[in-house]
Design a protein around this ligand. Structure first.
Ligand code: GDP
Ligand code: MG
Length: 434
């Protein structure tokens, strides 16, 4: 994939003390191919490579960087700029605020409507079912609404979508809803009738945000769709969905450049919690294979008690982190979301930690094992030898292998936390990891 390809290019550059123009030319040729293969728009690639080449040849090299690192930094910065530079927030100015979701059929609008309702749960969101064409579209929204405890406004499929949205907005005003989300219909392809209908809704509801939902996996098509929708509807931003899947990244890199409209959010799964803010800087780092470290830290901060986290960090640094802390930490980590997703965000971790699972049953076992240990064992796991392992397994009703596995996991966790805290430190100092 794109990350691997770019990393290969940069590995060659990194080692070099001096870069000739030929080195840069060769590297840019490879970057160009990698981007095209990732389905980035042709013109975007051309402009991008030209810009990077100009800067690489022309600029002064920072003292702290090798020439190779310098080029990598330029590429990273330009990737970030390409995606809009800084993150674009959802702007909800009016009361009630309104968000209109548009896009082709299957892009993920209805799912996204629910995700947004969850994100803005405290604003008392109203979901408006304005897709009267797709069979069961209204039902789908109702099921999602029920799941998250948000009201769904519907008038069946005999009333026009424009009138449904109008009535929905009225309903919201009368009943104290502070956010209205319009889930509109899509088609398999862009067609005139759909565009007219969407224009009608936009005109009558005048939404704060008109967000185009596109499937990231469709690459160039997503970009073309964005262009067409923007020309007709003057959208306020784009949401990329299915970013969890096998996307080559082309859409993320091209949309801002082609439409002038920022990507605001990304959907990363089918569940209603799978929603992330789009950060161009983090995405750029991620594409360069540095992992989504900042996103991870942000998520950790949301889930983890900050005081606790500080305490752990201190303990880790002073080697006082115990199995008791481990249990507590597993509990907090569980709140962060699926483990494989989280580990995938840590550079170089995704693959290695596959064995670490924290499902409910496993968890009960872990607690049983740890509570069968003596205080001393919990504080200094290195003393847990064969006979102690046997005793602990007996005491907790588990197998020796379970005890072994847990101790192994604990060791890995310690390593991970160390990596974590040193990454965080270098980031705080504003140092880029390359
Ligand atoms: P709509 O036609 O635009 O309303 O699209 P839906 O919301 O009905 O979604 C179409 C399909 O895509 C459903 O099966 C969703 O579960 C799935 N889907 C939506 N968003 C995501 C996402 O971010 N990741 C993945 N993997 N699937 C998604
Ligand atoms: Mg739908």
């Amino acid at each position: 994939n794109l990350s691997d390809k770019l990393q290969d290019v940069f590995k060659k550059l990194k080692g070099k003390g001096k870069l000739t123009e030929a080195d840069i030319k060769e590297a840019m040729r490879e970057v160009r191919i990698a981007l095209l293969e990732a389905d980035v728009n042709f013109q975007v690639v051309k402009d991008f490579v030209n810009k990077v080449r100009e800067k690489s040849v022309g600029s002064e090299i920072l003292e702290s960087l090798t020439p190779g690192q310098h080029v990598i930094k330029i590429v990273r910065d330009e990737l970030q700029a390409l995606m809009g530079g800084i993150k674009s927030d959802i702007v909800l100015a009016k009361s009630p605020s309104t968000i209109m979701l548009v896009g082709l059929q299957g892009a993920g609008k209805t799912t996204m409507a629910a995700k947004l309702a969850l994100k803005y749960k405290n604003r008392k969101p109203l979901l408006v079912a304005a897709d009267i064409y797709r069979p069961a579209a209204i039902k789908q929204l109702e099921v999602l609404g029920q799941q998250l405890g948000a009201e769904v406004f519907k008038l069946g499929d005999k009333v026009s979508p424009v009138d449904i949205c109008k009535a929905g907005l009225e309903h919201a005003k009368k009943n104290g809803f502070d956010l209205v989300i319009f889930d509109t219909a899509g088609r398999l392809h862009i067609d005139e009738q759909l565009m007219e209908e969407l224009e009608g809704i936009k005109k009558s509801a005048n939404p704060d945000e008109v967000l185009l939902v596109v499937d990231a996996m469709t690459g160039q098509d997503a970009v073309n769709v964005a262009k067409s929708f923007n020309e007709r509807l003057d959208i306020t931003g784009v949401i990329l969905t299915k970013f969890d899947g096998d996307t080559r990244g082309g859409a993320a890199l091209s949309i801002k450049a082609v439409t002038g409209k920022p990507i605001k959010l990304v959907g990363k799964g089918e569940k209603i919690e799978d929603l992330d803010v789009f950060h161009p800087d983090r995405m750029a780092s991620r594409i360069l294979g540095m992992g989504d470290v900042l996103s991870l830290i942000e998520r950790a901060e949301e889930a983890v008690d900050v005081e606790k986290a500080k305490e752990w960090q201190k303990k880790l640094q002073t080697q006082q982190f115990t199995l008791d802390d481990f249990v507590e930490q597993l509990q907090q980590i569980k709140k962060m979301g699926p483990m494989d997703q989280i580990l995938g965000m840590i550079p170089g971790m995704g693959g290695k930690m596959k064995g670490l699972s924290v499902d409910e049953k496993e968890f009960v076992k872990i607690e049983a094992i740890i509570s069968s240990m003596t205080k001393k064992e919990r504080i200094t796991p290195s003393i847990i030898n064969g006979s102690r392992r046997k005793r602990i397994a007996m005491g907790s009703g588990t197998k020796i292998q379970d005890v072994n596995r847990l101790l192994k996991q604990f060791e890995q966790m310690q390593k991970m936390m160390k990596q974590f805290s040193s990454m965080e430190k270098s980031m705080k100092k504003g140092k880029k990891p390359f």
